[in-house]
Design a protein around this ligand. Structure first.
Ligand SMILES: [Zn+2]
Ligand SMILES: [Zn+2]
Length: 486
């Protein structure tokens, strides 16, 4: 300790930190405290963004970018728009109540410490410069020699090279001359304090939310009780739309969304004003992921690989056990092998969607050829075959025989079994409706000359599907294969 103290004693003293006085922070809007505004903003953003998408939907402004047709929204969803609206409001009431409870323990926001905090960072930058001579010495350079040469032309550089020995002084309040920071030190300190640290906090919070949501969401699908009790409700939306984003069982909404973002906010040490951005951005991203459109000019669709198209696969009966990542990034799916690898998903989407999607799917197909589907790469779907009922296997074989063997087939098989497990959510009925849709999709595709090869190749196994499904599903399906009665 003594040697360190002596070494420091030879250094120039650090520029002093300014004194400061804390005063209460004035609210952003004079008529509402920031803490309340932070709770209202995400709810307001949810409905504003949802309304924009609903407007686009109602007036069919961008049909070329739809992931599903309006008819699908009507026919395939197993919940009415009113029920969705009501449950979202319930979730938002819970979310706001929890937020209000937290505001009680939040300390009052104050202002006045920023210059002091910037000076603390400037001091750290000054201290860090003390290492420069040592670092240069390791690489064989003599800092003093270089510093002397540069002293006239570049005095600041020279001072930095000598470990931050600046001859800068300023008048203190007492009238004495005290050491001062150079302008670059202060500029860098301001950048760290005003941009660097908040960016780190935001990134960290995003990673916390993604991690929290991935593992809970995945658990909800891997555990039958969790799925049928809670999460199956969200999956009554086979064709998601914007304001269905927070359509959840109230417990799930509390656990995944409210607790997830709340914990991220606290761990990241955000201020109330930072939380306004974070809560609002998270909400808008979640709405955008359910919007039902792949709008090319929507920045949120491109910032990360997690977007409406990605999450839409998770809402399909053949992909429900894949693509668990939400709402920002997809790295957990990729790292843990739960990303959809079944290739071409475009047959169910609008034609304009097909072209772009297909390129990606071709890559996926080549990556998921049977030869590559070794045991280790089946993770975590090894037991899907074992757990699947005969009904699930038959329906998988008949509904989507084009899904490649190996992991993709297991993903789809597990997904179908999950649909069958959720009898309250429609069970076998869902698969039968899908068969009707698939035929309709193939019929539309046959009309498109560019898609001729695809439709010819994959429509053959669908011939006479109605009869085969009706008989092979042990009579359960008799007469319930719906084409147009719903
Ligand atoms: Zn899910
Ligand atoms: Zn969803």
């Amino acid at each position: 300790m003594q040697s360190v103290a002596m070494a420091n004693a030879t250094m120039l003293p650090l520029p002093p930190l300014p004194t400061y006085t804390l005063t209460p922070l004035q609210p952003l809007l004079s008529w509402i405290p920031d803490l309340y505004l932070a709770l209202i903003l995400p709810v307001a953003a949810y409905w504003v963004v949802s309304f924009i998408f609903h407007f686009i939907d109602e007036y069919d402004l961008f049909p070329q970018y739809r992931l599903h047709t309006p008819a699908e929204v009507l026919k395939r969803n197993h919940v009415s728009r009113w029920d969705v609206f009501r449950d979202v409001i319930i979730q938002q009431v819970i979310q706001t109540a929890v937020g209000l409870a937290i505001t009680i323990i939040e300390p009052e926001a104050t202002i006045g410490q920023d210059d002091y905090n910037v000076a603390v960072w400037a001091q750290r930058i000054r201290i860090a410069q003390r290492a420069i001579p040592t670092v240069l010495a390791i690489t064989g350079l003599d800092a003093n020699t270089i510093a002397t040469k540069q002293a006239v032309a570049h005095p600041i550089l020279s001072a930095a090279l000598q470990g931050g020995s600046y001859n800068l002084y300023q008048q203190a309040a007492s009238g004495d001359l005290v050491p001062a920071f150079s302008s670059w030190e202060l500029t860098l300190a301001k950048a760290v304090y005003w941009i660097g640290i908040p960016a780190l906090q935001f990134t960290f919070a995003v990673l916390v939310v993604d991690t929290w949501q991935y593992f809970w969401h995945r658990a909800m699908h891997m555990n039958k009780w969790l799925y049928t009790t809670f999460h199956s409700r969200h999956h009554r939306l086979y064709v998601p739309y914007a304001y269905g984003a927070l359509y959840n069982h109230p417990f799930e909404g509390f656990l995944l969304d409210t607790l997830g973002t709340g914990i991220a906010y606290m761990l990241a040490g955000m201020t109330c004003r930072q939380s306004m951005w974070f809560f609002t951005c998270s909400t808008i991203k979640t709405v955008d992921d359910h919007c039902g459109y792949a709008l090319p000019w929507d920045p949120l669709q491109h910032i990360t690989s997690n977007n409406a198209g990605y999450h839409d696969i998770h809402h399909q009966s053949w992909g429900i056990k894949t693509n668990f990542s939400q709402p920002f990034f997809t790295f957990w799916d990729r790292l843990l092998g739960t990303k959809w690898v079944g290739g071409d998903v475009s047959a169910r989407y609008e034609r304009s969607r097909i072209a772009a999607q297909k390129k990606i799917d071709q890559d996926n197909i080549s990556h998921s050829s049977p030869a590559q589907s070794l045991e280790v790469e089946l993770s975590p779907y090894e037991s899907e075959e074992k757990n699947a009922s005969t009904l699930a296997k038959q329906s998988q074989a008949q509904l989507d025989p084009s899904i490649p063997e190996g992991k993709a087939a297991l993903q789809a098989l597990g997904s179908r079994q999950q649909i069958l497990d959720d009898q309250a959510g429609g069970g076998v009925q869902v698969l039968l409706e899908e068969a009707a849709e698939e035929r309709e999709a193939q019929r539309v595709l046959r009309r498109s000359p560019r898609k001729k090869t695809v439709s010819q190749a994959s429509s053959a196994p669908l011939k006479g599907l109605r009869d085969r499904v009706n008989t092979s599903l042990h009579g359960k399906a008799s007469g319930v294969l719906v084409e147009s009665s719903r």
